[in-house]
Design a protein around this ligand. Structure first.
Ligand code: KIV
Length: 282
């Protein structure tokens, strides 16, 4: 598998091979067709239909009310835009609220409707049975540990996790528990490099970091944060590699000004009449 252009879909085995070879993989969030197409063209290995859609696209204060149905519909668009990436559906609160059977049903929906290769679930220590049930149903499942935004109820709850040796031990125990339950990968959010190092050393599955330091096998951030296209300040771990919010706003200001001043529409924006009709317009 080469980055850049992939002639076929990237699989879990490909990501495992990258890990075995000591090579890293790149994951981004995507909630729409053009973003997905750009990511695939850029060589991104994996896309996450993140429940961050609730905050980024819908403007909610947190991810707890991101609607499952909308995630699946937009997930279909992501898959159309990026047929070759390893696509992951993020199980929103709604999918987990009413018990394991519904969670399994939601996981299958991400795969059959949106063409996902896996689902991701934010899990606490006691939720290994959900991971096990999804895995038993034949769906690849990624266990999200560390900071779990779905469990954060106020803005000051977005804090780095596992910052002392005791909590690193708990994190490692949870990581092992989830892998034993059938998780094919782990995702660690907002933990120190020492914590992710300990997890990577303790499990054999690929570990994706979201603000979790260099030991991880792959890394993910919210695309809009990375592109500088959000109203909120991004977390410290996000590499802000563009300022497209500023570019978009400048273009929109120009559009307003051009309409107000009559610069737009110019002749090249106007349809001409058919030649013969132009002589007798009406
Ligand atoms: O919803 C999301 O975007 C996530 C991250 C890991 C970035 O869960």
């Amino acid at each position: 598998m080469e980055t850049g252009e992939s002639p076929r879909r990237i699989t879990l085995d490909d990501l495992r091979r990258l890990k075995a070879a000591g090579r890293k993989f790149a994951m981004l969030t995507a909630y729409d067709f053009p973003t997905a197409a750009a990511a695939q063209a850029a060589g991104v290995h994996s896309l996450l239909i993140g429940d961050s859609m609730g905050t980024v696209l819908l403007g909610h204060p947190d991810t707890r009310s991101t609607p499952l149905g909308l995630m699946v519909i937009l997930g279909e668009a992501v898959r159309r835009g990026a047929p070759h990436v390893y696509l992951v559906g993020d199980m929103p609160c709604e999918a987990l609220r009413t018990g394991t059977d519904f969670a399994v049903h939601a996981a299958k929906r991400f795969c059959t409707r949106a063409g996902c290769d896996a689902v991701k679930v934010e899990v606490g220590s006691e939720q290994a049975p959900v991971v096990a049930a999804i895995a038993r149903a034949g769906v690849q499942v990624i266990a999200h540990l560390g900071l779990r935004p779905q469990s954060v109820v106020s803005a000051d709850g977005f804090k780095a996790q596992a910052r002392d040796s005791q909590s690193i031990c708990h994190l490692v125990a949870d990581a092992r528990r989830m892998v034993d339950a059938g998780a094919v990968m782990l995702l660690l959010e907002a933990v120190p490099g020492e914590a992710s190092r300990a997890v990577v050393d303790a499990v054999s599955v690929p570990v994706i970091g979201c603000g979790a330091g260099p030991a991880c096998d792959g890394h993910v951030v919210v695309t809009q944060d990375m592109l500088g296209w959000r109203t909120m300040k991004p977390p410290r771990f996000v590499p802000v590699l563009a300022e497209i919010g500023t570019t978009i706003e400048a273009a929109m200001r120009r559009y307003v000004r051009d309409i107000e001043t009559g610069v737009y529409p110019a002749p090249q924006h106007v349809y001409p009449m058919r030649k013969e009709a132009a002589e007798r317009p009406y």
